[in-house]
Design a protein around this ligand. Structure first.
Ligand SMILES: Cc1cc2nc3c(=O)[nH]c(=O)nc-3n(C[C@H](O)[C@H](O)[C@H](O)COP(=O)(O)OP(=O)(O)OC[C@H]3O[C@@H](n4cnc5c(N)ncnc54)[C@H](O)[C@@H]3O)c2cc1C
Length: 431
């Protein structure tokens, strides 16, 4: 068995782990262990036959100057394009620009009236209500009213989360669900144009290499000696500050920054008490099943992504990598990602192709060159009643043993690439 002595051991070479490692490496000896054969985690890209695919749409929204300068230090500004969001909701055969709630004017008149009446009533009732909404379903009803809930929010989110919304809390949303003013909703219903609403109205994307280009640049800055791919962290002895990797190497560390999923981190911790293991077992996430679709021609629709609440269609969102950035495909071609609603059964390729024709993304199944089915295990953390207390129990244990759980899955939360980079930089500042 080999032994290695490091100041900082980072588990996971996604954007959080890599950002932490790059920033710590300025003054400490750092090693990053990565289970996969490549870096990037959810923000990795794959290439086939001249097509570049991400793990469904991965668009970089930057609000923080600190993260922007870190990103540009490693992938300079001239290596990015800025893209203005083009997104829509496909509902009952009609295209409503995204965000749905501020573009009601695109709906047939009767639906606009129902949505507006219910919305105004919901806001009046909400203002009078004492307690905050207990479930995600209640949140939607109270913020948007019954008609918007029934037409879009409930069916779309039930397809996405793969469960009734009354089983979820609203804890995950924060800035991610545009919560417009009454004025913005009314203006949208009257077709009075207003500024784009929502956190993702513009985004950045690498000129070459897909979103994975960012993680690859960070890994290059660290150098191959510091980033050990195909080398999972397998065990942690928190009291001795020792960790074992899949290749048998034992690391003695001063700091452990773990960006691996929280339940698997707890499973690796030797001597974790039963109550902590039980809490970790109560944490739950939903898998993502999606299709990367290579097209022989560009998509027929121009959007970067469309939301599909219709329960008769087998997907809840369809996006186009190539509509956002044409160099991701060979010239004159196109590509899609199709996020599947039914995780339990193998998908029916004919039903998906038919659905893509129905929403107008392709003219016919003959447009499809090839399809790859992909899975992202545990892609979205489930915010149910157990989430808060279980997470508190696990974090209290980790804090007692100086194990720093970071990133989207270390923190067991819902967040963005920018949040994860910031989290990694925060970790390094504590070094
Ligand atoms: C479907 C989907 C779409 C998204 N779209 C966007 C978007 O458009 N814009 C945006 O900003 N964000 C988006 N996100 C969020 C974004 O992907 C994440 O916030 C971010 O990439 C998470 O980075 P991370 O480093 O925290 O985790 P990860 O990327 O999951 O990295 C963790 C790493 O740990 C590794 N690992 C796991 N177990 C071990 C082990 N035992 N030992 C060593 N390594 C291990 C994994 O292989 C992985 O590489 C999306 C997420 C999903 C799931």
């Amino acid at each position: 068995m080999t032994e290695d002595r490091v100041d900082v051991l980072v588990a996971g070479a996604g954007l959080c782990g890599l950002s932490a490692a790059v920033a710590c490496a300025r003054r400490s000896r750092v090693v990053v262990l990565e289970a996969a054969g490549h870096v990037g985690g959810k923000a990795a890209s794959r290439r086939r036959d001249g097509y570049t695919f991400d793990c469904t749409g991965h668009w970089l929204h930057l609000r923080s100057d600190r993260v922007r300068s870190f990103v540009f230090e490693h992938l300079p500004p001239d290596r990015w394009v800025t893209i203005e969001r083009r997104a829509a909701v496909y509902v009952a055969g009609v295209d409503v620009p995204y965000p749905f709630q501020t573009n009601l004017g695109a709906l047939p008149g009767e639906l606009v009236r129902a949505c507006l009446t219910d919305f105004v009533q919901a806001r009046i009732d909400d203002a009078r209500a004492g307690a905050p909404p207990a479930t995600f379903e209640e949140f939607i009803l109270r913020r948007f009213g019954r008609s918007m809930a029934e037409i879009f929010f409930v069916p779309y989110n039930e397809k996405l989360w793969d469960r009734p919304l009354r089983e979820l809390t609203a804890a995950w949303m924060g800035r991610f669900l545009p919560d417009p003013t009454v004025d913005q909703v009314v203006a949208g219903a009257l077709g009075v144009s207003s500024a784009p609403v929502g956190y993702n109205a513009t985004f950045l994307y690498p000129k070459a290499g897909g979103i994975g280009a960012l993680a690859e640049a960070l890994a290059r800055a660290l150098g191959p000696a510091r980033v050990r791919t195909n080398t999972a962290l397998t065990a942690v002895d928190p009291l001795a500050r020792r960790a074992r990797a899949a290749d048998g190497t034992e690391y003695r560390y001063d700091r452990l920054i773990a960006t691996v999923p929280l339940p698997s981190l707890v499973a690796m911790c030797e001597g974790a008490p039963a109550e902590v293991r039980d809490a970790a077992a109560a944490l739950c996430a939903v898998d993502w099943h999606y299709l990367d679709v290579a097209l022989r021609v560009p998509p027929r629709r121009p959007e970067h992504w469309i939301y599909v609440p219709d329960r008769d269609l087998p997907f809840f969102r369809v996006g186009s990598y190539s509509n956002a950035h044409p160099p991701l495909v060979p010239e004159g071609r196109g590509s899609l990602y199709v996020e599947l609603a039914d995780r339990a059964r193998p998908h029916d390729p004919a039903a998906v192709a038919e659905g893509l024709v129905r929403v107008g993304m392709i003219a016919s199944p003959a447009d499809i060159a090839f399809v790859e089915r992909r899975r992202i295990p545990g892609a979205y953390v489930v915010f149910d009643d157990r989430w808060g207390p279980a997470r508190d129990t696990v974090f209290a244990y980790l804090r007692r043993h100086d194990i720093e759980a970071r990133g989207r899955y270390g923190r067991w939360t819902y967040n963005s690439m920018e949040d994860c980079i910031a989290d990694g930089l925060d970790a390094a500042e504590e070094d």
